[in-house]
Write a protein that binds this ligand. Structure first.
Ligand SMILES: O=C(COP(=O)(O)O)[C@@H](O)[C@H](O)[C@H](O)[C@H](O)COP(=O)(O)O
Ligand SMILES: [Mn+2]
Ligand SMILES: [Mn+2]
Length: 345
Protein backbone atom coordinates (compact mmCIF):
# COMPACT_ATOMS: atom_id res chain seq x y z
CA UNK A 1 0.00 0.00 0.00
CA UNK A 2 2.59 2.36 1.14
CA UNK A 3 5.57 3.00 -1.17
CA UNK A 4 4.75 6.31 -2.84
CA UNK A 5 1.58 6.93 -0.84
CA UNK A 6 3.67 7.72 2.24
CA UNK A 7 5.27 10.58 0.33
CA UNK A 8 2.14 11.84 -1.40
CA UNK A 9 0.14 12.13 1.81
CA UNK A 10 2.74 14.52 3.18
CA UNK A 11 1.71 16.93 0.46
CA UNK A 12 -1.96 16.33 1.23
CA UNK A 13 -1.60 17.46 4.85
CA UNK A 14 0.85 20.23 3.90
CA UNK A 15 -1.58 21.75 1.40
CA UNK A 16 -4.45 21.63 3.88
CA UNK A 17 -2.30 23.22 6.59
CA UNK A 18 -1.06 26.04 4.33
CA UNK A 19 -4.59 26.85 3.16
CA UNK A 20 -5.92 26.95 6.71
CA UNK A 21 -2.95 28.89 8.11
CA UNK A 22 -3.83 31.79 5.81
CA UNK A 23 -6.91 32.20 8.00
CA UNK A 24 -5.01 31.99 11.28
CA UNK A 25 -6.18 34.57 13.79
CA UNK A 26 -8.99 35.91 11.64
CA UNK A 27 -11.77 34.69 13.88
CA UNK A 28 -13.47 32.73 11.08
CA UNK A 29 -13.39 29.08 12.05
CA UNK A 30 -15.67 27.91 9.24
CA UNK A 31 -13.48 29.45 6.56
CA UNK A 32 -10.30 28.09 8.16
CA UNK A 33 -11.93 24.66 8.06
CA UNK A 34 -13.47 24.96 4.59
CA UNK A 35 -10.26 25.97 2.80
CA UNK A 36 -8.40 23.09 4.48
CA UNK A 37 -11.06 20.64 3.29
CA UNK A 38 -10.89 21.95 -0.28
CA UNK A 39 -7.08 21.88 -0.41
CA UNK A 40 -6.91 18.39 1.09
CA UNK A 41 -9.48 17.04 -1.33
CA UNK A 42 -7.86 18.63 -4.36
CA UNK A 43 -4.42 17.18 -3.58
CA UNK A 44 -5.87 13.78 -2.65
CA UNK A 45 -7.64 13.53 -5.97
CA UNK A 46 -4.28 13.75 -7.77
CA UNK A 47 -2.97 10.59 -6.09
CA UNK A 48 -2.94 7.24 -7.85
CA UNK A 49 -5.08 5.46 -5.24
CA UNK A 50 -8.59 4.14 -4.75
CA UNK A 51 -9.67 5.71 -1.51
CA UNK A 52 -12.91 5.98 0.44
CA UNK A 53 -13.51 8.43 3.24
CA UNK A 54 -14.61 6.55 6.38
CA UNK A 55 -14.13 9.43 8.79
CA UNK A 56 -14.67 12.84 7.28
CA UNK A 57 -16.44 16.10 7.57
CA UNK A 58 -19.15 14.59 9.68
CA UNK A 59 -22.76 13.61 9.50
CA UNK A 60 -23.56 16.62 11.70
CA UNK A 61 -22.37 19.23 9.21
CA UNK A 62 -23.89 17.52 6.12
CA UNK A 63 -20.63 18.52 4.46
CA UNK A 64 -20.43 18.58 0.66
CA UNK A 65 -16.74 17.56 0.57
CA UNK A 66 -14.75 14.75 2.12
CA UNK A 67 -18.02 13.40 3.44
CA UNK A 68 -18.24 9.84 4.75
CA UNK A 69 -18.40 7.48 1.76
CA UNK A 70 -16.85 9.89 -0.75
CA UNK A 71 -14.42 8.24 -3.13
CA UNK A 72 -11.09 9.98 -3.58
CA UNK A 73 -8.05 9.41 -5.79
CA UNK A 74 -7.50 8.98 -9.53
CA UNK A 75 -8.00 5.22 -9.40
CA UNK A 76 -11.65 5.57 -8.37
CA UNK A 77 -12.48 6.55 -11.97
CA UNK A 78 -14.38 4.01 -14.08
CA UNK A 79 -11.55 3.70 -16.61
CA UNK A 80 -8.90 3.46 -13.86
CA UNK A 81 -7.55 0.11 -15.07
CA UNK A 82 -6.14 1.93 -18.09
CA UNK A 83 -3.74 4.04 -16.03
CA UNK A 84 -3.54 2.54 -12.51
CA UNK A 85 -1.45 -0.50 -11.59
CA UNK A 86 -2.94 -3.38 -9.53
CA UNK A 87 -1.48 -2.06 -6.27
CA UNK A 88 -3.06 1.33 -6.83
CA UNK A 89 -6.43 -0.29 -7.53
CA UNK A 90 -6.59 -1.88 -4.07
CA UNK A 91 -9.33 -0.17 -2.05
CA UNK A 92 -8.13 1.81 0.95
CA UNK A 93 -9.99 3.57 3.76
CA UNK A 94 -9.12 7.10 4.80
CA UNK A 95 -9.93 9.07 7.95
CA UNK A 96 -9.44 12.82 7.64
CA UNK A 97 -9.59 15.90 9.79
CA UNK A 98 -8.29 18.64 7.45
CA UNK A 99 -8.41 21.23 10.22
CA UNK A 100 -8.19 19.62 13.64
CA UNK A 101 -8.70 22.51 16.03
CA UNK A 102 -10.65 25.02 13.93
CA UNK A 103 -11.09 27.30 16.95
CA UNK A 104 -7.35 27.20 17.58
CA UNK A 105 -6.69 28.40 14.03
CA UNK A 106 -9.40 31.05 14.14
CA UNK A 107 -8.05 32.51 17.38
CA UNK A 108 -4.34 32.05 16.65
CA UNK A 109 -3.76 29.48 19.39
CA UNK A 110 -1.32 26.57 19.49
CA UNK A 111 -2.01 22.94 18.66
CA UNK A 112 -3.98 22.82 15.39
CA UNK A 113 -3.04 20.53 12.53
CA UNK A 114 -4.20 18.94 9.29
CA UNK A 115 -4.36 15.20 9.83
CA UNK A 116 -5.30 11.90 8.20
CA UNK A 117 -4.94 8.16 8.64
CA UNK A 118 -5.05 5.44 5.98
CA UNK A 119 -5.45 1.68 6.09
CA UNK A 120 -6.77 -1.17 3.97
CA UNK A 121 -10.51 -1.41 3.40
CA UNK A 122 -12.14 -2.09 6.78
CA UNK A 123 -8.92 -1.25 8.64
CA UNK A 124 -10.25 1.83 10.45
CA UNK A 125 -13.26 1.85 12.79
CA UNK A 126 -15.95 3.96 11.15
CA UNK A 127 -16.69 5.88 14.33
CA UNK A 128 -20.07 7.55 14.52
CA UNK A 129 -20.31 11.27 15.20
CA UNK A 130 -20.47 10.67 18.94
CA UNK A 131 -18.15 11.36 21.83
CA UNK A 132 -15.45 9.04 23.12
CA UNK A 133 -13.88 8.61 26.52
CA UNK A 134 -10.15 8.35 25.83
CA UNK A 135 -7.05 7.20 27.62
CA UNK A 136 -3.69 7.68 25.94
CA UNK A 137 -0.34 6.94 27.55
CA UNK A 138 3.28 6.24 26.57
CA UNK A 139 4.45 2.86 25.19
CA UNK A 140 5.95 1.87 28.57
CA UNK A 141 2.47 1.98 30.11
CA UNK A 142 0.72 0.13 27.28
CA UNK A 143 -1.62 -2.54 28.61
CA UNK A 144 -0.90 -1.52 32.22
CA UNK A 145 -3.12 1.55 32.49
CA UNK A 146 -6.80 0.85 31.89
CA UNK A 147 -9.71 3.14 31.04
CA UNK A 148 -11.89 1.11 33.44
CA UNK A 149 -9.66 2.06 36.38
CA UNK A 150 -9.88 5.35 38.23
CA UNK A 151 -7.61 8.25 37.29
CA UNK A 152 -5.91 7.86 40.67
CA UNK A 153 -5.08 4.20 40.01
CA UNK A 154 -3.89 4.94 36.49
CA UNK A 155 -1.59 7.68 37.75
CA UNK A 156 0.00 5.23 40.21
CA UNK A 157 0.49 2.72 37.38
CA UNK A 158 1.92 5.42 35.11
CA UNK A 159 4.28 6.47 37.86
CA UNK A 160 5.61 2.89 38.15
CA UNK A 161 5.85 2.32 34.39
CA UNK A 162 7.57 5.64 33.67
CA UNK A 163 9.75 5.54 36.79
CA UNK A 164 8.76 9.02 37.91
CA UNK A 165 6.66 10.25 40.78
CA UNK A 166 2.98 11.08 40.34
CA UNK A 167 3.95 14.73 40.94
CA UNK A 168 6.20 14.53 37.89
CA UNK A 169 3.34 13.46 35.63
CA UNK A 170 1.47 15.83 33.29
CA UNK A 171 -2.03 14.89 32.11
CA UNK A 172 -3.83 16.70 29.30
CA UNK A 173 -7.57 17.14 29.79
CA UNK A 174 -9.99 19.13 27.64
CA UNK A 175 -11.26 22.17 29.51
CA UNK A 176 -14.95 21.26 29.67
CA UNK A 177 -17.53 21.24 32.48
CA UNK A 178 -17.88 17.48 32.03
CA UNK A 179 -14.30 17.07 33.30
CA UNK A 180 -14.70 18.96 36.59
CA UNK A 181 -14.46 15.87 38.80
CA UNK A 182 -11.75 14.27 36.67
CA UNK A 183 -9.55 17.37 36.94
CA UNK A 184 -10.10 17.50 40.71
CA UNK A 185 -9.17 13.83 41.05
CA UNK A 186 -5.96 14.16 39.01
CA UNK A 187 -4.87 17.19 41.05
CA UNK A 188 -5.79 15.44 44.29
CA UNK A 189 -3.62 12.49 43.30
CA UNK A 190 -0.70 14.89 42.95
CA UNK A 191 -0.28 15.04 39.17
CA UNK A 192 -0.34 18.22 37.12
CA UNK A 193 -3.04 19.03 34.57
CA UNK A 194 -2.61 20.78 31.24
CA UNK A 195 -6.00 22.06 30.17
CA UNK A 196 -6.63 22.45 26.44
CA UNK A 197 -9.57 24.15 24.79
CA UNK A 198 -9.39 21.99 21.62
CA UNK A 199 -7.13 19.60 19.76
CA UNK A 200 -7.08 16.29 21.58
CA UNK A 201 -5.50 14.40 18.62
CA UNK A 202 -2.26 16.26 19.16
CA UNK A 203 -2.55 15.63 22.90
CA UNK A 204 -2.95 11.88 22.42
CA UNK A 205 -0.02 11.59 20.04
CA UNK A 206 2.25 13.58 22.37
CA UNK A 207 1.95 10.61 24.76
CA UNK A 208 3.61 8.43 22.13
CA UNK A 209 6.85 10.42 22.29
CA UNK A 210 9.08 10.86 25.32
CA UNK A 211 10.31 14.42 25.75
CA UNK A 212 6.96 16.11 25.13
CA UNK A 213 6.29 16.36 28.86
CA UNK A 214 2.84 14.86 28.27
CA UNK A 215 2.27 11.56 30.03
CA UNK A 216 -1.45 10.94 29.53
CA UNK A 217 -4.61 12.18 27.87
CA UNK A 218 -7.74 11.56 29.91
CA UNK A 219 -11.37 12.51 29.37
CA UNK A 220 -14.01 12.81 26.69
CA UNK A 221 -13.50 14.21 23.18
CA UNK A 222 -14.92 13.42 19.77
CA UNK A 223 -15.05 9.80 18.58
CA UNK A 224 -13.77 10.33 15.00
CA UNK A 225 -10.69 12.08 16.41
CA UNK A 226 -10.27 9.06 18.70
CA UNK A 227 -9.84 6.76 15.70
CA UNK A 228 -7.27 9.06 14.08
CA UNK A 229 -5.36 9.25 17.38
CA UNK A 230 -5.53 5.46 17.72
CA UNK A 231 -4.02 5.02 14.25
CA UNK A 232 -0.95 7.01 15.26
CA UNK A 233 -0.68 5.40 18.69
CA UNK A 234 -0.94 1.92 17.21
CA UNK A 235 2.06 2.67 14.95
CA UNK A 236 3.99 4.13 17.89
CA UNK A 237 3.15 1.17 20.18
CA UNK A 238 1.58 3.62 22.59
CA UNK A 239 -1.45 3.01 24.78
CA UNK A 240 -4.84 4.14 23.49
CA UNK A 241 -8.30 3.06 24.59
CA UNK A 242 -11.63 4.55 23.61
CA UNK A 243 -15.21 4.02 24.73
CA UNK A 244 -18.15 5.63 22.95
CA UNK A 245 -20.14 8.08 25.04
CA UNK A 246 -23.75 8.37 24.02
CA UNK A 247 -25.41 9.93 27.08
CA UNK A 248 -26.00 13.70 26.62
CA UNK A 249 -26.04 14.06 30.42
CA UNK A 250 -22.42 12.88 30.57
CA UNK A 251 -21.00 15.10 27.82
CA UNK A 252 -23.08 18.10 28.91
CA UNK A 253 -23.56 19.38 25.34
CA UNK A 254 -26.64 19.10 23.17
CA UNK A 255 -24.65 17.92 20.20
CA UNK A 256 -25.45 14.22 20.28
CA UNK A 257 -29.21 14.13 20.31
CA UNK A 258 -31.60 14.48 23.17
CA UNK A 259 -31.80 11.08 24.78
CA UNK A 260 -29.48 8.29 25.73
CA UNK A 261 -32.06 5.76 24.56
CA UNK A 262 -32.36 7.42 21.14
CA UNK A 263 -28.58 7.37 20.79
CA UNK A 264 -28.35 3.69 21.71
CA UNK A 265 -30.96 2.95 19.03
CA UNK A 266 -28.91 4.98 16.53
CA UNK A 267 -25.76 3.04 17.42
CA UNK A 268 -27.63 -0.26 17.06
CA UNK A 269 -28.77 0.79 13.59
CA UNK A 270 -25.12 1.34 12.71
CA UNK A 271 -24.32 -2.20 13.82
CA UNK A 272 -22.83 -1.24 17.20
CA UNK A 273 -24.67 -3.64 19.47
CA UNK A 274 -22.43 -3.21 22.51
CA UNK A 275 -22.29 0.57 22.93
CA UNK A 276 -20.22 0.30 26.13
CA UNK A 277 -17.41 -1.68 24.55
CA UNK A 278 -13.88 -0.47 25.22
CA UNK A 279 -11.75 -0.46 22.07
CA UNK A 280 -7.98 -0.43 22.07
CA UNK A 281 -5.73 1.07 19.38
CA UNK A 282 -5.42 -2.25 17.51
CA UNK A 283 -9.21 -2.47 17.28
CA UNK A 284 -9.81 1.14 16.25
CA UNK A 285 -7.06 0.91 13.63
CA UNK A 286 -7.09 -2.82 12.89
CA UNK A 287 -5.72 -2.91 9.33
CA UNK A 288 -2.51 -4.75 8.56
CA UNK A 289 -0.93 -1.51 7.38
CA UNK A 290 -1.63 1.86 8.95
CA UNK A 291 -0.29 5.20 7.79
CA UNK A 292 -0.71 8.47 9.65
CA UNK A 293 0.20 11.99 8.54
CA UNK A 294 -0.16 15.40 10.17
CA UNK A 295 1.08 18.90 9.41
CA UNK A 296 1.09 21.70 11.95
CA UNK A 297 -1.16 24.66 11.16
CA UNK A 298 -0.39 26.67 14.29
CA UNK A 299 2.69 25.78 16.42
CA UNK A 300 2.38 22.70 18.60
CA UNK A 301 4.36 20.44 20.90
CA UNK A 302 5.19 18.04 18.08
CA UNK A 303 5.35 20.27 15.03
CA UNK A 304 5.95 23.85 14.06
CA UNK A 305 3.07 25.72 12.50
CA UNK A 306 3.07 27.09 8.95
CA UNK A 307 5.54 29.98 8.59
CA UNK A 308 4.98 32.25 5.59
CA UNK A 309 7.70 34.35 3.98
CA UNK A 310 7.70 36.46 0.83
CA UNK A 311 6.76 34.07 -1.99
CA UNK A 312 6.65 30.89 0.06
CA UNK A 313 6.07 29.00 3.29
CA UNK A 314 7.76 26.47 5.51
CA UNK A 315 5.90 23.54 7.06
CA UNK A 316 6.63 20.71 9.43
CA UNK A 317 4.86 17.38 9.15
CA UNK A 318 4.90 13.99 10.83
CA UNK A 319 4.35 10.74 8.93
CA UNK A 320 4.08 7.51 10.89
CA UNK A 321 4.01 4.10 9.25
CA UNK A 322 3.27 0.70 10.75
CA UNK A 323 4.94 -0.98 7.76
CA UNK A 324 8.31 0.74 7.73
CA UNK A 325 8.12 1.30 11.52
CA UNK A 326 9.12 4.93 11.13
CA UNK A 327 7.98 8.25 12.55
CA UNK A 328 9.36 10.76 10.09
CA UNK A 329 9.42 14.50 10.73
CA UNK A 330 9.42 16.33 7.42
CA UNK A 331 10.51 19.93 7.05
CA UNK A 332 9.43 21.46 3.74
CA UNK A 333 9.94 24.77 2.04
CA UNK A 334 7.17 25.59 -0.44
CA UNK A 335 7.97 28.06 -3.20
CA UNK A 336 4.78 29.69 -4.46
CA UNK A 337 6.19 32.36 -6.78
CA UNK A 338 9.58 34.02 -7.00
CA UNK A 339 10.55 34.60 -3.38
CA UNK A 340 12.91 37.45 -2.54
CA UNK A 341 14.72 35.02 -0.24
CA UNK A 342 14.26 31.47 1.06
CA UNK A 343 14.26 31.76 4.79
CA UNK A 344 15.81 29.00 6.89
CA UNK A 345 15.23 30.73 10.21
O1 LIG B 1 -10.93 20.10 19.39
C1 LIG B 1 -11.51 19.35 18.68
C2 LIG B 1 -12.39 19.91 17.66
O2 LIG B 1 -12.11 19.42 16.34
P1 LIG B 1 -12.49 20.28 15.03
O3 LIG B 1 -13.96 20.43 15.01
O4 LIG B 1 -11.99 19.37 13.94
O5 LIG B 1 -11.76 21.56 15.07
C3 LIG B 1 -11.29 17.89 18.85
O6 LIG B 1 -9.94 17.72 19.13
C4 LIG B 1 -12.05 17.24 20.01
O7 LIG B 1 -11.82 15.84 19.99
C5 LIG B 1 -13.54 17.31 20.03
O8 LIG B 1 -14.04 17.56 18.77
C6 LIG B 1 -14.11 18.12 21.09
O9 LIG B 1 -13.82 17.58 22.32
C7 LIG B 1 -15.61 18.20 20.96
O10 LIG B 1 -16.11 18.43 22.20
P2 LIG B 1 -17.03 19.67 22.55
O11 LIG B 1 -16.31 20.89 22.06
O12 LIG B 1 -17.15 19.62 24.04
O13 LIG B 1 -18.33 19.45 21.84
MN1 LIG C 1 -11.20 17.71 14.91
MN1 LIG D 1 -11.82 19.55 11.85
Amino acid sequence: MESTLGLEIIEVVEQAAIASAKWMGKGEKNTADHVAVEAMRERMNKIHMRGRIVIGEGERDEAPMLYIGEEVGICTREDAKAFCNPDELVEIDIAVDPCEGTNLVAYGQNGSMAVLAISEKGGLFAAPDFYMKKLAAPPAAKGHVDINKSATDNLKILSDCLERSVEELVVIVMDRPRHKELIQEIRQAGARVRLISDGDVSAAICCGFAGTNVHALMGIGAAPEGVISAAAMRCLDGHFQGQLIYDPEVVKTGLIGESKEGNIARLNEMGITDPDRVYNADELASGQTVLFAACGITPGTLMEGVRFFHGGARTQSLVISSQSRTARFVDTIHLFDKPKYVNLK
